[in-house]
Design a protein around this ligand. Structure first.
Ligand code: XIL
Length: 501
C-alpha cells in the first residue's frame, strides 16, 4: 500500500496554526510567510522540518457531509525535479486531487484539481506532498492556494428543460453513451430525461466481454446490468462493437487464417445470441478505413484503403475481414441491423472510400442472394470533431453516405474546443467564453444540417454527456458541464437557429 507509511505520522501534525494563508498551514517551525519572486504572502516550507505533508487544509468541519473540493495553487520547489501531489488525507486511500510528476525545480507550477468526497474521519485534510521521500529535504513555496468547497451534491441537472428526445422526436433518435456512472443518481436522471437510445461506451467491446484468456468464460455481468436497466426504462440499446483493431484480447486474432476466422465467427455468434432481442443494432466493424487517402488511393479500389497498420484483423485475414464479420453477424441473427462505423468521415476522401466499400459489399451480396436486403444495413459517422469544423465537408460527406440508400446515423458526436484527442482527467480544464460560443455555433451548424436531412438520418448519438466524464475532457466537448449544467452547446442543439446568423 503506497501511502501506509504515512499513517503513523498523522498524529504528529500540529494543526493549531496562528498564521495561515487561505486556511492552509504547515508543521510548526517548518514554515514562514514571505514576500518572494514578486509575490506577497508566499508560504515557504522547509521540507526537512515537516513530516510528510508540505501544507495542509483542514476538512474536519465537513465530517459526514458530501463536499466538492476545487483546489488551485502555484507551487515551486528547490533542489531537483520531483513529484507534486495534492491529496486528501482520509487515513485510508489518500485520494488524489491533482498531481505533477517530475515537476521541474525552480519554476512555478500552476496546479488545479477537483474531487467529490464525504469526509468521515476526524483527521481529514487536503495536503501537498512528494510521496516518494515524505516531504523531502528541500524547500517548497506555495502561493495563493485556494480551496473552494461546494456543499451537497454538486450535480445540478435542470430537468425542466425540454428533453432533446422531444425536440427531435419527429426527426431522429437521440442517443448518448453510458458507463456504470450513468446507471444511477443524477446522471441517470439526466440521461433518461433527454435520450431514448444509448450506446455502452466500453462495456460491449471485446476486451470487456470476451475472456482475456482463450477458453475462459465470457464476462457478461456489467453489460447485462446496463442493458437490462436501459430496456426496463424504455431506452433502446445500440451495440458497440464486434470487430475493431483496438480493445480486443490478443488471442482473438492469433492463429492461422482459418482459426482466426472461426474465432471471429464464434465471438460474433456468442455476443449476438446473448443479447438477442435486447440489442437491435450493432456496430459490426469499426474504423477499418485508413486516414490520409488520396483520390488515386480511392481509384485503386477500396481494398487498398483498408487500415493496414496496427490492425491485427487485417494481419490475420486481409481486407476480407470486413465482409466476413458482416456475414457472420447476419448468420448469427438476421433480425439485427448491422452497421459499419468510422471516424473522420468529415474528410470527403475517407467518406468516399467508405461509400465504395459498402456499395461493393452490398451489391455483391444482393446479387448473390437475389434479394433486396443489404448486408450492411447502416453506416455510422462517429463525428469526433472540433471547433474548426468545415460544415461544407460534412454536408458533402453525408450526401455520399445518403446515396447508399441504407441507414445513416451520427454515432459518437462531440465538439472539442482543442484540436487533438487529449483525454485529460476530467477535472483539469475550464472552457473559455469564446470557446463555449464557438462550440455552440458548430453544434448549431451540425444540427441545422441534420434537420435538413432528417428523413435520411436514423439516430444522433453523442459520445459523452458531461465534460467531466468525457473521453476528451480537456476539450470540454459535451452539452453539459461537469455539474450537469446545460452549456450553450445544449441550447444550440435545442434550437440551432438561435445560434446562427
Ligand atoms: C473510447 C472510449 O470512450 C474510451 O473510454 C476508451 O478509453 C477508448 O475508446 N471511437 C470509438 C469508440 O469507436 O469506441 C472510442 O471510445 C472513441 C473513438
Amino acid at each position: 500500500m503506497l501511502f501506509s507509511c504515512f499513517l503513523q505520522s498523522c498524529s504528529e501534525l500540529d494543526k493549531t496554526k496562528k498564521d495561515n494563508i487561505n486556511g492552509f498551514y504547515a508543521d510548526d517551525g517548518a514554515y514562514e510567510i514571505i514576500n518572494y519572486d514578486g509575490r506577497s504572502d508566499v508560504i515557504k516550507v522547509d521540507g526537512a522540518k515537516t513530516s510528510w505533508a508540505v501544507v495542509m487544509y483542514s476538512l474536519a468541519k465537513y465530517k459526514g457531509k458530501m463536499i466538492t473540493i476545487e483546489l488551485t495553487a502555484e507551487v515551486k520547489r528547490e533542489g531537483s525535479a520531483g513529484n507534486l501531489l495534492w491529496q486528501i488525507n482520509d487515513g485510508q486511500n489518500y485520494p488524489l486531487i491533482t498531481s505533477l510528476n517530475n515537476a521541474v525545480a525552480g519554476v512555478w507550477h500552476q496546479m488545479k484539481g477537483r474531487i467529490v468526497i464525504t469526509p468521515s474521519g476526524n483527521d481529514f485534510f487536503v495536503y501537498l506532498t512528494n510521496w516518494e521521500n515524505n516531504a523531502e529535504n528541500t524547500t517548497y513555496y506555495v502561493y495563493n492556494p485556494t480551496v473552494n468547497i461546494i456543499e451537497g451534491n454538486p450535480l445540478i441537472p435542470d430537468l425542466s428543460l425540454l428533453p432533446l428526445k422531444s425536440v427531435y422526436e419527429n426527426h431522429f433518435l437521440m442517443g448518448n453513451i453510458i458507463d456504470t456512472t450513468y446507471l444511477s443518481g443524477k446522471y441517470f436522471d439526466l440521461l433518461k430525461h433527454h435520450f431514448n437510445i444509448v450506446t455502452p461506451g466500453n462495456n460491449l467491446k471485446p476486451d470487456f466481454l470476451a475472456p482475456s484468456t482463450k477458453g475462459d468464460a465470457y464476462q457478461w455481468t456489467t453489460a447485462e446490468e446496463m442493458v437490462n436497466k436501459m430496456i426496463s426504462n424504455n431506452i433502446a440499446v445500440h451495440g458497440h462493437v464486434l470487430v475493431w483493431h483496438e480493445q480486443t484480447p490478443s488471442w482473438m486474432t492469433v492463429g492461422t487464417r482459418t482459426e482466426v476466422e472461426t474465432t471471429m465467427k464464434n465471438y460474433i455468434a456468442e455476443v449476438l445470441t446473448h443479447f438477442q432481442g435486447r440489442v437491435n443494432s450493432w456496430d459490426v466493424v469499426n474504423e477499418a478505413i485508413k486516414d490520409g487517402l488520396s483520390s488515386s488511393d480511392i481509384a485503386s479500389g477500396w481494398k487498398n484503403c483498408v487500415r493496414t497498420s496496427a490492425n491485427p484483423w487485417y494481419d490475420a485475414l486481409g481486407a476480407d475481414y470486413i465482409e466476413l464479420a458482416f456475414r457472420a453477424a447476419r448468420e448469427a441473427d438476421p433480425n439485427i441491423n448491422l452497421y459499419y462505423n468510422d471516424y473522420g468521415l468529415e474528410n470527403t476522401n475517407k467518406a468516399e472510400a467508405v461509400r465504395i466499400m459498402i456499395k461493393d459489399i452490398n451489391d455483391r451480396y444482393k446479387n448473390e442472394t437475389s434479394g433486396t436486403r443489404n448486408l450492411i444495413d447502416g453506416v455510422g459517422s462517429q463525428a469526433h470533431v472540433n471547433i474548426s469544423l468545415n460544415i461544407n465537408n460534412v454536408r458533402e460527406s453525408l450526401n455520399k453516405l445518403f446515396s447508399l440508400g441504407i441507414e445513416v446515423s451520427i454515432t459518437e458526436l462531440d465538439v472539442s474546443t482543442i484540436n487533438n484527442y487529449d483525454p485529460g482527467s476530467g477535472r483539469d480544464s475550464v472552457i473559455s467564453e469564446a470557446n463555449e460560443n464557438a462550440q455552440a455555433k458548430v453544434y448549431a451548424e451540425l444540427f441545422k444540417l441534420y434537420i435538413e436531412n432528417a428523413s435520411q438520418i436514423t439516430r444522433v448519438t453523442f459520445w459523452g454527456m458531461d465534460d467531466g466524464n468525457s473521453w476528451l475532457s480537456v476539450g470540454n466537448p459535451c452539452l453539459f458541464d461537469w455539474r450537469l449544467t446545460a452549456k450553450r452547446a445544449f441550447f444550440a442543439v435545442s434550437n440551432p437557429d438561435n445560434f446562427l446568423p
